[in-house]
Structures are given as C-alpha cells and as structure tokens.
Design a protein around this ligand. Structure first.
Ligand SMILES: O=C(O)c1cc(C(=O)O)c2c(n1)C(=O)C(=O)c1cc(C(=O)O)[nH]c1-2
Length: 262
C-alpha cells in the first residue's frame, strides 16, 4: 500500500444506492449513474442560485475565481494520471485532456477561456492566477483530487474523472440560465462552457468504457464507485465553502472580498 493512501472506509458508502451486487459492467454503470443522480453538484443550492440569476456580480466573481483553481489544477491532475500508465495507447488517448486546458498551436485552451470569463466579470487576471483570494476549502478539495489520482490505483484515478458524465447537463443549464438572468454575462465570456459541451462527452465516454472493461471483479467495481463518490465530494465541498463565505457571508481571513459585499 502506498504510504500516502488514507485507510479505506470500513463501510461501503455506495452500497445503499441500489443494493444490487456489482456483478457485471451493466450493474456498475447503473450504480455510477445512481451516484451521479444523487450526489452530483448540479443539486447544490449554490448552483441553483448561480443559474437562476439570484447572485450578485461579486458572488459570481467569487465562484469564477475559486473555480479557476480547479480549472488550472486539471492539467496537473491529468499529467499525474498519464504518469500512472505504462500503456502507451492509454497515455496517447489521455494527453489531449492536458492540451484541451493548456492549449495547442492554434487553440488558446480552456484555462485561457476561463480567464476570459473572470476578466469579463471584472477580475484582474494577475489576481486570479495568483490564487491568493481562493478559499482554503477550495484549495484543500482540489489538492485532495490531485493527490487522489497520484496515490490510488490507476483504475481509481480514471474513475475519479467520471463526474464528467454528468457535466454536459449542468453546462447547458449554466449557459442558458446565466445568459438569461444576468446582464453582465455575454455569450463571449461563456465560451468555456460551450467548448466543454463537445469535449466532456468524449472524455467521459472513454473513462466509462475503461472502467467497464477493466474493473473485472465486484471489489474493483466497488472501488470505481468509491472513486466517483469521492469526486462528487470534492465538487460539493467547494460549493459548501462558497455558500458559507459568500451567501451566508463569512469569508475566511485572506479570501477574496467582493466590492459589493454587504
Ligand atoms: O462546470 C462543471 O460543473 C464541471 C464539472 C466537472 C466535473 O464534473 O468534474 C468538470 C468541469 N466542469 C470541467 O470544465 C472540466 O474541465 C473537468 C475536468 C474534469 C476531470 O475530473 O478531469 N472534471 C471537469
């Protein structure tokens, strides 16, 4: 066992979803989809406020600023995923994810598109990329995701990306809801999400096929489910922290304070 690996929980946190044994790939996929339906961050109250136009500009800035830390960590996470595989074909397949975010010759990449969003919202790009104003909980959660893929099995590393199965729906909802409900949102600054609508299904489809094929026992299928649960928690706690800091109104010391804060 890797020295950095936390002890496994002594209960199956996903079993209660269906109670169905994880005997084959079909049962695994059913369980994964049940986990997404119950735990994905589209259900979080902060997202409901965001998409329904209930936040101030400052609260939307806080969301985008914190999400930058997630976005900018994804290529680091994916470089670690690649480093877990001796299989060249897997590495070839996975590496476009890094370029999707970092960019390639003729494409600025997702991180630049995210900065288009934060700049369009009025944030200074130097402040955003310094990550100085990011909430401690954002940092802890995102860093835990990066550490998870480095220290768990390669199968679990791939499985932890499976939240992307559920991302296109929330991206659609976000694009239409935010454009409709905020006068400071323009189609141009939402380009990041439009691009992801094409990228996420391909990535999620590959990861789903991978776990369906390579998790060959009920025990390894359970580990795949646990990895997805872990990842839903990584996403959820970031929104809990945003809610506490910027909706309830208790930003921790050093965190971003919007100009329109009461
Ligand atoms: O806006 C969202 O709700 C959302 C969620 C997720 C996700 O489910 O992890 C990702 C993204 N966006 C995203 O843009 C993205 O590039 C991405 C990469 C990954 C991953 O785990 O490798 N998740 C996500």
């Amino acid at each position: 066992m890797n020295a950095h690996q936390p002890p496994a929980p002594d209960f199956d946190t996903t079993f209660h979803f269906t109670g169905e044994p994880l005997d084959d790939a079909e049962a695994l996929e059913r369980r994964l989809r049940a986990i997404g339906a119950a735990r994905y961050h589209d259900r979080h109250p902060f997202h409901h406020l965001l998409h329904d136009g209930k936040l101030t500009l400052g609260q939307v800035q806080a969301w985008a600023l914190n999400r930058w830390y997630y976005q900018s960590s994804i290529p680091i996470k994916d470089a670690l995923v690649i480093s877990r595989f001796r299989d060249r074909a897997l590495r070839r397949e996975w590496r476009h994810r890094i370029e999707d975010h970092d960019g390639r010759d003729n494409d600025a990449g997702g991180i630049d598109r995210w900065l288009l969003l934060t700049t369009g919202l009025g944030l200074d790009p130097d402040y955003v990329t310094s990550a100085r104003g990011v909430l401690p909980a954002t940092r802890f959660a995102v860093d835990a995701y990066v550490s998870f893929v480095a220290t768990r099995s390669p199968l679990e590393a791939i499985a932890s990306s499976l939240t992307e199965l559920f991302a296109p729906n929330i991206h659609e909802r976000r694009i239409s809801g935010m454009l409709e409900n905020y006068d400071f949102i323009t189609p141009e600054i939402m380009t990041y999400f439009k691009t992801r609508l094409g990228q996420a299904p391909r990535d999620a489809g590959f990861a789903l096929d991978y776990v369906r094929t390579h998790a060959r026992t009920p025990e390894s299928r359970a580990l795949v489910c646990e990895a997805l649960v872990f990842k839903t928690e990584v996403l959820w706690v970031q929104l809990d922290a945003l809610y506490h800091a910027y909706v309830t109104g208790h930003p921790p010391p050093g965190a971003f304070v919007p100009e329109d804060a009461p």
